[in-house]
Write a protein that binds this ligand. Structure first.
Ligand SMILES: [Zn+2]
Length: 465
């Protein structure tokens, strides 16, 4: 069981020099000069705030990416070879190397012979950016060989495989075996950011992935509290290794359902448990169809619009009237902003990843990373929400700037009520806490992950600087 923990000399909501005592995973008492505990942390006057929550991410995809070699920025075979060789040197001989994001024109130049030179001692598979082409080296081909090779495996004139597999993703996965990527590096990275809970927004979550994530939670690899969205029915385990979140509906702009069908889908997705529904809304068209469908099907508390990447001014009062929450990614303004300025219709620039105008309309707004499509760093997202600056320093939607404390608040909502009443540091609540190295007012002026001094989940220290 948990020993007792005392965190001394901290600031809580502007009150200085407080001690917090923690027993059985919960905050037992807050006061001045509390008695000794099994374990003491000196807070040195820093703020103690509730642990942060990332309200939309994809854990297994992020773990797979973290375990892969990323080739997004590679333009020629020499650079690609150098990166693969570095990855091979960092792995035990015989371990798989999986590389993704290779630009398609470059991937098409690759074959088994070239990859053998990059990684002679490791099975290697490289995927192009579209996911349509995999290229394998000889050791990888030997692993998947054995059965009759299907037509997706390209052959040279002499009948031997070239190493290229076209649109054979599912077959390849069935041959390689689906070894889950390690989640411990993700758990560590989140802990260092002061994040004590995450909502996995993957529509594909099912009993299998839920069991895998629950195991990582129980093992301590992924100490963060988990809420899982899914399309499938999920049953929360008795030990609370994860909570069941909203039913997820993923729209595809190229194949949008008629409003009536989406309305019926919303009603059906709630199921017997009357789950809230979260709908992926990236484009203005997806948003329009979604709002019309919610008007038809009706809304309930905690129904959510995921991303809200483009919200035209006219949609704001409709979202407010329907009582929907927007779970957005202000960090994308920083990470992808320069690309948006180049590629998105200038008429839509002010509609991108709104915050301030949603707040003004009384719409609950919460923050998230959408990792691995965005970075995990919630502190950088807060800066982006405050400054609205791209990586190159250009401004997007200046009117959408929010105050520093509101930016922190994006990540302070409860998992079940993003953008709602923020959690507080008070007796009785689970001890999911983030200790900062300075008072809160100082930290929020320039939010930075460097300010996290310790992270505590359920009374257990999971990170200490
Ligand atoms: Zn997502």
């Amino acid at each position: 069981m948990h020993g007792s923990l005392a965190i001394r000399n901290v600031e809580i909501d502007g009150q200085l020099d407080l001690d917090v005592s923690i027993r059985n995973g919960r905050i037992a008492e807050i006061g001045h000069r509390l008695p000794c505990a099994d374990n003491d942390i000196d807070g040195r006057g820093g703020a103690l705030i509730p642990g942060l929550h990332d309200h939309h991410c994809h854990l297994l995809a992020a773990a797979a990416r973290a375990a892969s070699v990323i080739l997004d920025d590679v333009r020629n075979v020499d650079v690609l070879a150098a990166r693969i060789m570095a990855a091979a040197n960092a792995r035990p001989a015989g371990a798989w190397i999986r590389a993704t994001g290779c630009p398609a024109p470059l991937a098409e130049l690759l074959d088994m012979r070239i990859l053998d030179r990059c990684a002679p001692g490791h099975p290697l598979r490289i995927c192009d950016r579209t996911g349509g082409l995999w290229v394998l080296n000889s050791l990888a081909m030997a692993v998947i060989d054995g059965a009759e090779l299907p037509p997706c495996v390209e052959r040279a004139a002499d009948g031997n495989p070239t190493g290229r597999i076209w649109r054979g993703d599912a077959w390849l996965r069935s041959r390689v075996g689906n070894v889950p990527p390690p989640l411990a590096p993700i758990g560590k990275a989140l802990s260092a950011l002061g994040i004590t809970g995450v909502t996995d927004a993957s529509q594909s979550n099912d009993a299998g992935t839920a069991a895998l994530l629950a195991r990582s939670f129980r093992d301590g690899d992924l100490p963060q509290r988990l809420m899982l969205m899914s399309e499938a029915h999920l049953e929360a385990p008795a030990d609370h290794a994860f909570a069941v979140g909203p039913a997820k509906i993923l729209l595809d702009e190229r194949d949008l359902p008629p409003v009536d069908d989406l309305g019926a889908l919303i009603t059906g997705a709630r199921g017997r448990a009357n789950r809230p529904v979260a709908i992926h809304c990236v484009t203005a068209t997806e948003l329009a169809v979604t709002l019309a469908a919610f008007e038809m099907a009706g809304t309930r508390k905690a129904d959510r619009l995921e991303h809200g990447s483009v919200i035209p001014t006219s949609a704001i009062p409709v979202i407010a009237k329907l009582g929907l929450t927007v779970v957005t990614q202000p960090g994308f303004i920083h990470t992808h902003g320069d690309r948006y300025l180049a590629e998105v219709d200038p008429a839509e620039h002010d509609d991108l990843y709104r915050c301030a105008t949603l707040f003004s309309a009384g719409i609950p707004v919460a923050g998230s990373s959408d990792a691995p499509y965005g970075g995990w760093d919630c502190w950088r997202s807060m800066r982006a929400a405050i400054e609205r600056k791209t990586a190159d320093g250009r401004s997007i939607g200046f009117e959408e700037r929010i105050a520093p404390l509101a930016a922190l608040g994006l990540f302070r909502g409860k998992a079940s009520d993003p953008g709602g009443t923020p959690s507080r540091v008070e007796p009785g609540v689970p001890a999911d806490l983030c200790l900062l190295d300075a008072p809160r007012a100082e930290v929020v002026q320039r939010p930075d992950a460097e300010r996290v001094a310790a992270t505590i989940i359920g009374g257990r220290i999971v990170y200490r600087r």
